[in-house]
Design a protein around this ligand. Structure first.
Ligand code: SF4
Length: 467
């Protein structure tokens, strides 16, 4: 479309006239369009060399760019906040929107209690920013480094992952038993959730209502933990350390609030933390490992593999087996090869549970699978979808050890997580003793009324955004 026609049709003059790179029409666009209101992604025009790599990954891997029409969206770009554009940008022109200052301000306030929870995948990636090989486990050093920065308590989001598994597996079995809507889709990836809400709202009833591990962690910190420690929730500043830029969007969703307030107050990506540590002169690799704080500081091996493609599925199947049969899964379930690997769309028949399952990474791949489901060419009971290639170990906030990211780096991180799972004292989410205490003490049972209120969520049809 010619510039004049484009602007005449869309009234897009304001957006394109404001483009710092002087893009004047859709055909001119050589970089992702990032709105100033985007809570996750920022764009620095002065650094942009218009190589187009950001648009390519948004289109080819994420299935977003090219799947909406700016003339219909009134020039508003669709963004699922995955941050893959930030991972491929050689010039660091597209970056995560930083939140270090907000966290530092909270730490400096003596009346504020700052909690930081570290996501499963960050333990095998943060070391890369300081020269360690991809996949090196630096969990204890991260805990020590966060305490040096001033965090009052450091928790493991693997605890939240175990809680998510427990609720999600229970929900799956109830859907099967009561012949409710299937397949059930995982909901722990906020970029996938926004993708579905925008492009496939007909599948919203299929999304598990279970909050993500970070969502559950925040809910528990602002209720159960606050009560245990005698803290007012408003005096807790809860931070999530993540591989993920989309979590900056997720924590701001009104649906994720607890009693009308944010459950998670800030998200730091791995790169943001590494930058902060370097500025503070702290090299975590030189620190002695420290344990997490009590109450929410333990996770199972199943929770750890939440960080890689296929890991959520494998973790959920382990616990679903226990809930369905009353027995823990056999050894073959503990290294369940059919759901592992790097294939963009993988599937398996789980005879022991009478389930057909599929695993997808890359939302462009999700389009292919959803098309088959809609055409009646594929039938599944449970589907894991992660937006980023490799899952969260390939998240938009991970270290830029290779630009663009390579599968060699992704697979080294995945190997690191599987190694931790294999060596874990507990490999089943429902056997996490701290999760068991939480249910006994507070939630009673999975899917209880209180669990529904605090650990589950709702979704929004965003298809009107497409115009
Ligand atoms: Fe975030 Fe993980 Fe989803 Fe990537 S795959 S958008 S890192 S939750």
């Amino acid at each position: 479309m010619k510039r004049r026609d484009f602007i005449k049709t869309t009234g897009a003059a304001a957006l394109f006239a404001a483009c710092p790179r002087r893009c004047r029409a859709a055909d001119d666009i050589e970089h992702v369009i990032v709105e100033l209101s985007n809570p996750a992604i920022a764009y620095s025009p002065g650094k942009c060399e218009e190589c187009g790599d950001c648009l390519a990954v948004c289109k080819d891997e994420m299935g977003v760019w090219g799947s909406f029409d700016l003339t219909k969206t009134k020039s508003r770009p669709i963004c699922i906040h995955c941050g893959q554009c930030t991972a491929v940008c050689k010039y660091a022109a597209v970056t995560a929107r930083p939140e270090q200052k907000a966290v530092a301000t909270a730490i400096a306030d003596p009346d504020v209690f700052v909690t930081v929870s570290t996501a499963p995948s960050v333990r095998v990636s943060l070391g890369e920013c300081f020269g360690a090989d991809p996949g090196t486990n630096v969990e204890g050093q991260i805990v020590a480094a966060l305490r040096k920065l001033g965090a009052n308590a450091v928790f493991d989001t693997t605890f939240g992952a175990d809680l998510t598994v427990t609720e999600e597996a229970s929900e799956l079995l109830r859907r099967v038993k009561e012949k409710r809507v299937l397949p059930q889709f995982t909901s722990c990836c906020p970029a996938w959730v926004k993708f579905a809400e925008t492009f496939y709202p007909e599948f919203i009833p299929n999304l598990s209502t279970a909050k993500s591990p970070i969502g559950m962690q925040g809910s528990v910190i602002k209720t159960w933990f606050a009560n245990k420690r005698g803290l007012a929730p408003k005096n807790i500043f809860n931070v999530a350390l993540t591989p993920c830029t989309a979590k900056k969007f997720e924590i701001r969703r009104p649906e994720m609030e607890v009693d009308g307030a944010r459950a998670t107050d800030a998200v730091l990506t791995v790169r943001e933390l590494a930058q902060w540590l370097k500025q503070a002169g702290i090299n975590p690799l030189t620190l002695a490992p420290e344990p997490y704080d009590d109450l929410m500081g333990r996770g199972s091996g199943a929770g750890v593999i939440f960080g890689n493609t296929g890991g959520v599925m494998e973790a959920a199947l382990r616990t679903a087996h226990f809930y369905a049969t009353g027995q823990n899964p056999p050894a073959a379930f503990l290294d369940y090869a059919p759901v592992r690997g790097m294939g963009g769309v993988r599937s398996a028949r789980v005879e022991a549970l009478n389930l057909n399952v599929a695993i997808v990474h890359g939302t462009a791949n999700a389009r292919k699978l959803l098309a088959k489901i809609k055409a009646g060419e594929a039938q599944y009971d449970f589907i894991e979808v992660m937006a980023c290639r490799g899952g969260c170990i390939g998240g938009g906030g991970q270290p830029r050890t290779a630009i663009p990211p390579t599968d060699a780096v992704r697979q080294a991180r995945i190997k690191g997580l599987y190694t931790l799972d294999t060596g874990a004292a507990k490999r089943l989410s429902h056997e996490n003793p701290q999760v068991q205490t939480l249910y006994k003490d507070f939630f009673d049972a999975p899917l209880s009324e209180k669990a529904h209120r605090l650990l589950h969520t709702t979704y929004t049809d965003r298809s009107p955004d497409l115009g």
